[in-house]
Design a protein around this ligand. Structure first.
Ligand SMILES: *Cc1c(COP(=O)(O)O)cnc(C)c1O
Length: 396
């Protein structure tokens, strides 16, 4: 947990920041990579030192040089006043929300939010006297019509988890700023490379770092960054909750982020090419990918994002469960499993109807979510083409 130190200060391009910031090499014998500092107790030499509450490293739960390096790097990329590191993406969501609302307040959450975010809001925060309302993801400036005297925060996720609706963050942030309401954005899909919500008026931005930032499916980490206004509250909330992250996992995240620029550019081009190819395959009824010109959210994506994430969805005409099984059980390259953001491709079937309350999901057909990894695209297309053929060929 640390305030931004901008080691690379004068450089603003994310590729250079990703290469040079969050390393603290000068304090670590010149080693290029920040080592893993494991520990709880930090020893003080004198009573004066012990009582100096301003010293940056006092106890392992709150202060760790490896974790601080990661926080510095994310702050610089997001243009934040400061960043806290959490032990999962979901704990980043809960920490951000707990920093923003109190008993008696009302929270607005997009209907397209990651399902555990919905559950933490509706089931968790409701227990502590916060009322939660879900809103239509495409509401835009219409959010003004949902705001009451008690509304204190708005949770945005753009594009939405699973269904990929784009949200007009600029319009929502404008309405919120006029009423002093906190806007929190889950920016996991785009990563800090392609989208910076604080610059567009949000107050906090979070990442399920487990996904793109770690990039190798081998650690659970979350980050929350805040602007100057929300940073003291975020920092304090993180501290009193005690959500400390393993320095080994912070190290893996830093390690992964050194190649985030390269990976994201490749994922962006590869996921769009794969989406375009899928649009032309027999039986594919719709592809939900905001970088496709045919996507209803394309204009917002083009205005506010500089690239696309690896993750999108597609819909096939409705068939039996056996057809879905024949399709996914026979994949050679696409894996079936939760999470995403690693180097390897994934594909899972899902049904959005049970996780919608504001805008019921009414589209007929079978939905799939796909994470396009770093394999050769022709190999992935061959694996998917064979899978689609199995789906079409199974009727019982
Ligand atoms: C996975 C995910 C999370 C939660 O991250 P975990 O590290 O799995 O807790 C939050 N938001 C989005 C958009 C995600 O995809």
């Amino acid at each position: 947990m640390t305030k931004k130190t901008t080691e690379g200060g004068k450089y603003t391009s994310p590729e250079t920041i990703l290469t040079h910031s969050g390393r603290a090499s000068a304090e670590n014998s010149g080693y290029v990579n920040l080592p893993v500092f494991r520990g709880s107790t930090i020893l003080f030499n004198t009573l004066d030192d012990l009582e100096d509450y301003k010293s940056p490293l006092r106890y392992g739960r709150n202060d760790n040089p490896t974790t601080n390096g990661l926080a510095d790097l994310v702050s610089e990329l997001e243009g934040a006043a400061g960043t806290v590191i959490c032990p999962s993406g979901l704990s980043a969501v809960s920490t951000a929300l707990l920093a923003a609302v109190s008993a008696g307040d009302e929270l607005l959450v997009t209907d397209s939010a990651y399902d555990p975010t919905r559950i933490f809001s509706a089931e968790g925060l409701e227990r502590f006297g916060v009322s939660v309302r879900f809103y239509a993801p495409k509401v835009g400036a219409g959010i003004a019509g949902l705001i009451t005297d008690r509304t204190r925060a708005i949770f945005v996720e753009s594009p939405g988890s699973l269904t990929f609706e784009m949200q007009d963050l600029r319009a929502i942030a404008k309405v919120a700023q006029e009423r002093d309401i906190t806007v929190i954005v889950d920016n996991s899909w785009a990563s800090p490379l392609f989208h910076n919500p604080l610059v567009l008026g949000a107050d906090m931005v979070l990442h399920a770092a487990t996904k793109m930032l770690v990039g190798h499916s081998d650690a659970m980490v979350g980050t929350v960054s805040a602007n100057e206004k929300l940073w003291p509250k975020l920092k304090r909330t993180h501290r009193i909750l005690g959500v400390a992250t393993s320095p080994d996992d912070a190290y893996l995240t830093l390690r992964g982020m050194r190649t985030l620029g390269l990976r994201m550019k490749h994922h962006s081009a590869q996921s769009l090419a794969f989406a375009q190819w899928l649009e032309g395959q027999p039986g594919v009824e719709q592809v939900y990918h905001p970088a496709l010109p045919s996507d209803p959210g394309h204009a917002i994506w083009k205005r506010d994002f500089t690239g696309a994430g690896s993750l999108f969805a597609f819909r096939l005409s409705k068939r039996t469960r056996n057809a879905v099984a024949a399709m996914v059980n026979g994949f050679e390259l696409f894996g079936m499993g939760y999470s995403w953001g690693g180097y390897e491709s994934l594909c899972i079937p899902f049904n959005p109807t049970s996780i919608r309350t504001a805008v019921p999901w009414s589209e007929e057909g079978q939905m799939f979510r796909i994470h396009v990894g770093l394999e050769e695209i022709g190999d992935l297309q061959a694996d998917m083409a064979a899978a689609l053929e199995r789906y079409r060929g199974t009727n019982e």
